[in-house]
Design a protein around this ligand. Structure first.
Ligand code: NAD
Length: 420
């Protein structure tokens, strides 16, 4: 099938390369000249494991092309995916102006039977609103919802082996087109009306954010009552009604989705006259969690003039994405308080004011405290003796509970985790 994808970011490029892998012909529209240049050279413009191979295959099979002009990208497309950003507006609601701008541009050129697929996470009611917008151009295009659930760090696997596919449309024909597009994927398919599909995405992210936050709240309480959250969550997780996923205490959730999507769902609820106090509580506890990490460092050492080693800048392991990263928040707070921050992250982008170094030991050189802020697995195999030798005072604040506290203490270092 001929497909266009507007926006070649984490979602758009994975979707495009994934669809090409399934044999579809994919034209991508991307307006960032630097990203486009890399794509035209066959390179992935960000870090996502396995995506380079998928992209190379799509290009060599002549199934992928890249375009600066979205109108050029949609030529001949039966399906047009919109994978554009929907960042938080000042009031917390989702800003859909990127999508509005793109549809304004595409409205006059879309063909009659085009299916326009909202892959971006959009407020409930967006399908109807964008359909009305496209109708003003007299196009017969049908707007549908097909929310994306991929996780950065495992996005390729998530595309090829999704837990489910959600299709939100009242058009039988559009649903059939989507079923044909995805027929090679083995996954349960939920075909529903557009508002339900839009809500599934927000409800899923809000639930996952709530689980993380619940684990953090329990961890904080464990610190006060002398319990070890690792054992508490282990004991809870064996209950099949609870399970182990997304119950990892840490510095709070971050990234480009959970923070903005939880805020957006609160805004959706406010508009609908429902006070979503549970989710407002989650957002508040999550904010406080990042501050707790900074407070732990402050309690360990006067920050003015201190040197802090930081392991990790990405919002989680497996990605270079630093959007709303708790690690970056901690770094920035420490710098504002007068500390020097030396950070190592295997993939993350530059952060203003942070001294980037090339390995974990360089990050702790002459440091008074080491903060582990991102759960990159390689941090677990760093030689702790070398860490101790390099540090000015050996004190580790392990905001991801990655290290064995006893092993650290046996080496004569102070250790603090989250909830233990
Ligand atoms: N990143 C995730 O893990 C994830 C997962 C599920 C859903 N989502 C949702 O998917 C959407 C996209 O997220 P993302 O992380 O891929 O964003 P992103 O910022 O990585 O990608 C968006 C891309 O669109 C490009 N762009 C912006 N305006 C454009 C225009 N007018 N024409 C062409 N290209 C344009 C940008 O340059 C960028 O490359 C968001 O709504 C997000 O909430 C993201």
């Amino acid at each position: 099938m001929h497909v266009a994808v507007i926006g070649a970011g984490y979602v758009g490029l994975v979707t495009g390369a994934g669809l090409a892998y399934l044999g579809h012909s994919v034209r991508l529209g991307e307006r960032d000249p630097a990203k486009l240049k890399k794509l035209l050279a066959g390179e992935v413009p960000f870090f996502e494991a396995g995506l380079d191979a998928l992209l190379a295959e799509g290009i060599s099979n002549d199934l992928m092309s890249f375009h600066a002009d979205n109108k050029e990208a949609v030529v001949g497309a039966r399906v047009v995916f919109i994978a554009l950003p929907t960042p938080s507006d000042e009031d917390g609601s989702a800003d859909t102006s990127y999508i509005e701008g793109a549809l304004e541009d595409l409205g006059p050129v879309l063909e009659q039977d085009t299916v326009v697929v909202l892959k971006s996470t959009v407020p409930v009611g967006s399908v109807a609103r964008f359909q009305a917008h496209l109708d003003t151009f007299g196009t017969g295009a049908t707007v549908i919802s097909n929310p994306e659930f991929l996780r950065e760090g495992s996005a390729v696997g998530d595309f090829l082996h999704p837990d489910r596919i959600v299709i939100g449309t009242r058009s039988q024909e559009a649903a059939e087109v989507m079923l044909e597009l995805y027929q090679a994927l083995q996954a349960p398919v939920v075909v529903t009306d557009p508002p339900s599909a839009e809500m599934i995405k927000y409800a899923s992210n809000a639930y996952l954010a709530t689980r993380i936050t619940f684990a953090n709240a329990i961890a904080n309480l464990c610190e006060s009552v002398g319990a070890d959250v690792k054992d508490v969550l282990l004991g809870m997780g064996y209950d099949r009604r609870v399970g182990f996923h997304f119950l990892n205490p840490g510095p709070g959730y971050g990234g480009s989705c959970f923070p903005k999507d939880t805020r957006a769902l609160v805004a959706i609820a406010d508009d609908a006259g429902y006070d979503f106090s549970l989710l407002r509580g989650v957002i508040e506890v999550n904010e406080l969690q990042r501050h707790r990490v900074v407070d732990k460092v402050r309690a360990a050492i006067p920050l003015d003039g201190a040197t802090i080693g930081l392991w990790g800048l990405a919002f989680k392991a497996g990605t270079d994405d630093i959007r709303e990263s708790p690690a970056v928040f901690v770094a920035e707070e420490l710098i504002v308080a007068g500390a020097t921050v030396q950070a190592f992250d295997p993939e993350a982008a530059h952060v203003d004011g942070v001294i980037r170094v090339d390995d974990p030991i360089q990050a702790v050189k002459d440091a008074h405290v080491l903060v582990i802020a991102t759960e990159w697995p390689e941090f677990q195999s760093v030689d702790l003796r070398a860490v101790r030798e390099a540090m000015a005072s050996p004190h580790i604040i392990d905001a991801r509970n990655m290290l064995d506290p006893e092993a650290v203490r046996r080496l004569g270092m102070q250790y603090e985790g989250i909830g233990r």
